[in-house]
Design a protein around this ligand. Structure first.
Ligand code: NAI
Ligand code: 15L
Length: 281
């Protein structure tokens, strides 16, 4: 049984797909959880957990929920591509509220970032090197842009205020892969729970960024800071190759970029964006 944190842990987005998994699994590990979401929590309340319904736009509510917490698992907000005005409140203002609460409590933030912060990097082909976590941000929409902002918010609060933060650049976290791209990007629920556990219980993290995918041989991603928290994934998408290996989109933009269909949404360039993020063509 992993180490149980001394202080309660706040989980935003608790009523969402990943929030529900974490609420169940972390409570089963003996953790004391404070759950919050704008929607009601749909499951029976886990042992030692409490729930407060609140909007991430409400900074005072977040300060109250975070009182006495040692870590904030920030999984709430808009979780897919949406118009800028929809993303803005929950994902940008909400993130500021989370970091201000963490600063006041001296809490560590575990941020559910996304591959869409870097979704306009091309997928590696053949012997191409995999992408390291210190690559340039190349968001593939307003949602991905909000995740890049979240990671940079972590950079700022570590450098200026010493607020520790672990940024999980999640690939595709679902019960199982549903398309060929997920042979590269899939993260199992069990690997997610182990990752969050390691991120909260590691003695020191500073500001770090971790590719959150299972042990997928077809992964797009290379080096990151996982050694700092002692996490290694144990599951693999490869087990599903027979089921999803031929499920391709048929869209050349989707297939070219790591962010897949998000890169193709409202795409209006006449030529593909170049490999080098600083190239001018
Ligand atoms: P989800 O959409 O199921 O959960 C997000 C939760 O945030 C929802 O329960 C929603 O009610 C809540 N929320 C939205 N706006 C809010 C507001 N204004 N105030 C308070 N709560 C609000 O998404 P999912 O799949 O559980 O993802 C969780 C986190 O992980 C998200 O931040 C998402 O961006 C990130 N992520 C998820 C991936 C996946 O494959 N599931 C991949 C990459 C990142
Ligand atoms: C994400 O960031 C989304 O939250 C999730 O719904 C999937 O679309 C995932 O990325 C993905 O790229 O598969």
């Amino acid at each position: 049984m992993p180490h149980v944190p001394e202080k309660p842990v706040l989980l935003t987005g608790a009523a969402g797909n990943l929030g529900r998994v974490l609420a169940r699994d972390l409570a089963a590990q003996g953790w004391t959880l404070r759950l919050t979401d704008i929607h009601s929590f749909p499951d029976p309340m886990p042992p030692r957990a409490s729930f407060v319904r609140a909007d991430l736009n409400d900074g005072v509510a977040l300060l109250r929920q975070a009182e006495g917490c040692g870590a904030i698992l920030h999984f709430g907000g808009v979780s897919v591509e949406q118009p800028f005005e929809t993303v803005f409140g929950p994902n940008l203002r909400g993130l500021y509220h989370v970091y201000e609460a963490a600063r006041r409590e001296g809490a560590r933030v575990i941020f559910a970032s996304s591959n869409h912060a870097i979704g306009f990097h091309e997928r590696p082909q053949g012997s191409d090197p995999k992408l390291d976590a210190d690559c340039a941000f190349r968001p593939d929409g307003y949602y991905g842009l909000s995740k890049a902002y979240g990671e940079l918010m972590g950079r700022l609060y570590w450098d200026k205020h010493g607020v520790e933060n672990v940024n999980l650049r999640i690939g595709s976290c679902f019960p199982k892969p549903t398309e060929a791209r997920m042979l590269s990007t899939w993260l199992s629920f069990a690997d997610l729970t182990r990752l969050v556990t390691a991120a909260v219980t590691a003695p020191r993290t500073g500001h770090c960024v971790i590719w959150a995918c299972s042990d997928n041989p077809a992964s797009f991603w290379g080096k990151d800071h996982r050694d700092r928290i002692g996490w290694q994934p144990q599951d693999t998408a490869e087990a599903f190759r027979g089921e999803v290996g031929n499920k391709l989109s048929g869209n050349p933009v989707t297939e070219r970029y790591q962010g897949g269909s998000y890169a193709a949404m409202e795409y209006s360039r006449s030529k593909p964006s170049p490999r080098d993020p600083f190239a001018l063509d």
